[in-house]
Every structure is written in structure tokens, then in C-alpha cells.
Design a protein. Structure first.
Length: 143
């Protein structure tokens, strides 16, 4: 006759893991994981918005066209969008990527199409808008 199981072990359930005993059947780790993923996603989105320049007070600029006029000058046309006017830095570089000219251009507020001629020390091979920064309106008065 086969041996019969012990009555004490037949009714006993397997012991639960310590975390399972403490938390019960609650989906704690799932909720914690979803919460961590949501925080990470929001943080990543804010970082991308900040990096792409879509934050408040940002100046957007885009080069429309540029042309090397002669060995000593080049022309660039660009578009700027800013709330309070902007000051843009224009640079020209030669074939070895050495800067051969630089100038600053003041642009009014709103969407502005503008162009400028930049003097160079030798023939340029590229002209670009290096940066634009917003200029606040001065409210100082000398009375």
C-alpha cells in the first residue's frame, strides 16, 4: 500500500516570499514602475523642449540664403522671430573652417526677414547665423 501523505503537510500552503507577505496582493511594484516611467517621460519631454528652443524668451532664426560676393565680402539673408527684438551674430568661414569675418545685426521684434553684408579678410566659403539673443526693451530714462 502506498504511503499516505502527512495530514499536517497536506493542508499547509507554500510559504510566501517576504515582499508578498508584507504587501499582499496589491500591485505595488507595477504602480511604482508606471509612476517612475511617467516621471521619466515628463522630464525627458521638458528637456527636449528646452533644448529645441521652444521655451519662453527664445529667439528662432533660420538662414534663407547666402552668397560670396567677392574675396572681401559675403551676403546673407535670414529670418528671425523674437518678441522684443534680437541681436544676431553672423560669421563667415573659409574652406578650412577658419573664421574670416564676423558682424552683429540688430533685428526688430516679430517675424523679420533681413539681410546683411559681411566684410571678410579673405574669400569665404560659408556664411551662417551663429546665434541670436533677445534684446529687452530699455526703460531707463535720463532725467
Amino acid at each position: 500500500m502506498p504511503p499516505t501523505p502527512d495530514e499536517a503537510t497536506a493542508d499547509a500552503a507554500p510559504t510566501a516570499a517576504p515582499a508578498r507577505r508584507r504587501l499582499g496582493n496589491k500591485p505595488f511594484f507595477f504602480v511604482l514602475g508606471v509612476l517612475a516611467a511617467a516621471v521619466f517621460t515628463v522630464g525627458w519631454g521638458l528637456a527636449l523642449l528646452s533644448y529645441s528652443g521652444n521655451g519662453p524668451g527664445q529667439v528662432h532664426y533660420q538662414t534663407v540664403a547666402w552668397k560670396v560676393v567677392s574675396d572681401s565680402e559675403a551676403h546673407i539673408s535670414f529670418q528671425v522671430n523674437s518678441k522684443a527684438g534680437a541681436l544676431c551674430l553672423i560669421t563667415a568661414t573659409d574652406a578650412q573652417h577658419v573664421q574670416v569675418g564676423q558682424t552683429e545685426v540688430s533685428v526688430g521684434s516679430g517675424v523679420q526677414d533681413t539681410g546683411t553684408t559681411i566684410d571678410t579678410v579673405r574669400r569665404a566659403s560659408a556664411v551662417e547665423v551663429a546665434s541670436c539673443r533677445e534684446q529687452g526693451l530699455s526703460t531707463d530714462s535720463t532725467e
